[in-house]
Design a binder for this molecule. Sequence first.
Ligand SMILES: *[C@@H]1O[C@H](CO)[C@@H](O)[C@H](O)[C@H]1NC(C)=O
Ligand SMILES: *[C@@H]1O[C@H](CO)[C@@H](O)[C@H](O)[C@H]1NC(C)=O
Ligand SMILES: *[C@@H]1O[C@H](CO)[C@@H](O)[C@H](O)[C@H]1NC(C)=O
Ligand SMILES: *[C@@H]1O[C@H](CO)[C@@H](O)[C@H](O)[C@H]1NC(C)=O
Ligand SMILES: *[C@@H]1O[C@H](CO)[C@@H](O)[C@H](O)[C@H]1NC(C)=O
Length: 443
Amino acid sequence: MQCSWKSVMLLALASIAIQYTAIRTFSTKPLSLLYSGLTPTGHAVNCSLRDLTKLGRQRLEGTDQGCDEARTPSASSVDSVNANKRIHILILATTRSGSSFVGQLFNQHPEVFYLFEPLYHVQLALLPRLSQSKNQAERRVMLGAAREMLRSLYHCQLSSLETYIRPRPSNHSTDKLFRRGASRSLCTPPVCEAPLGLEAQSLVLADEGECVRRCGPLNLSLAADTCRGKRHAAIKTVRIPQISDLRALIQDPRLNLKVVQLVRDPRGILASRIETFRDTYRLWRLWRATGRRPHNLDLGQINTVCEDFLRSVSTGLLSRPAWLRGRYMLLRYEDLARFPLQKARELYAFLGLDLDHSVEDWIINNTRGTSDLSSRQKFTTVRDSAANAENWRVKLSFDMVVYTQTACKPLLELLGYKRVFHPRELRNVSRSLVEDRTFLPFL
Ligand SMILES: *[C@@H]1O[C@H](CO)[C@@H](O)[C@H](O)[C@H]1NC(C)=O
Ligand SMILES: *[C@@H]1O[C@H](CO)[C@@H](O)[C@H](O)[C@H]1NC(C)=O
Ligand SMILES: *[C@@H]1O[C@H](CO)[C@@H](O)[C@H](O)[C@H]1NC(C)=O
Ligand SMILES: *[C@@H]1O[C@H](CO)[C@@H](O)[C@H](O)[C@H]1NC(C)=O
Ligand SMILES: *[C@@H]1O[C@H](CO)[C@@H](O)[C@H](O)[C@H]1NC(C)=O
């Protein structure tokens, strides 16, 4: 049964009063304890007090959700995830950290609805010019919108994207969804009925454009139906800076969100970005070519990566707040590149999902050495991933390496990436700079 507006307001007000009293009474205890002690017992409506409180806050913030939306089976379900429950996966990454590769580990699973960078549209609409806005207010607006979008998408409300897609879709249909071809579910029946034939599977990976050309405009209603039909959903994003930005979603028991944070040696990220984002990283290329650091080089480009990583990883590995329990796993790209199958198994074990054989097949097919990389494929994952993970060592100048590892020293230590102190050490790739480390999920 749905809650009426009046009961929502009444309960929200009541809960605020109760919380106020409770907070005053036990102000030394952590808030989470208070909340769990406030679950109502004999209500006429099927909404827990906690959810109504949350709903009240969301109303104040101007979002538009019904009570049914916020209703949860039980307030304590965060800790008792049962095996049949729908799992929502977020791949928290940054550009050029190997996130397309990790995305494929879910994209290839027949029971996972996978979306590649849906927040692109949110960012483009709200912060058109800047990929990393320094303006805190703008960042907050963007992050708030991003969180609401993630929540909607996990609930398969794909029409939420329509507000942000340009030109605005008509009849819930668009040919402008960013990187649609990267999502198998959006390129295969029933969303795409085009006669793709036997090569359909590899087509999705080898040439995303082929999907767009053959499938025609994307019917978002149909895609939403498909999303509902799948047992789980996964989203990859490079547009959320830190794990704490996701706290509200992680704490939402109805969402059952699990975050896989993908990290990579920042020196590897830098080398890859210099190759990929040629305009943005033009001055870094100049540095490499001339051997002299341009005075107007934007060092923030790499400092931001290290700060964001450090904050998230410190939270996830060291401070381990209760709200992250069972919801966070750290994955080093270098480990995935070296031991793809083993790491994929660990990943799926953490999530509580079966590793489908199609995922294993995909890994086996796509982690063998192939050297015929054309520039068109720079975003695809078909490559010799293990060799690639450390090839920054022959691509960056020693000065650039020294600068980066100095700026990122605490992070490198935390993640087990060794620094180098001599050019000979840098170029001698027979000795890996990745220490063996095991990062156990926080359960
Ligand atoms: C609340 O939900 C339970 C089970 O979902 C149902 O049996 C009960 O009738 C519902 N109560 C109200 C007031 O809707
Ligand atoms: C939307 O769909 C209806 C019926 O399918 C059609 O008549 C109409 O022309 C479509 N509108 C646009 C803008 O495509
Ligand atoms: C999209 O798919 C739905 C069925 O889910 C259908 O009713 C609708 O007509 C389709 N829209 C377009 C524009 O084809
Ligand atoms: C793996 O490669 C084999 C042989 O080329 C092919 O038949 C199979 O469909 C591929 N599987 C995946 C998941 O890519
Ligand atoms: C590279 O490192 C290995 C192992 O540390 C060492 O045996 C080898 O001599 C080094 N090669 C060069 C050219 O320095």
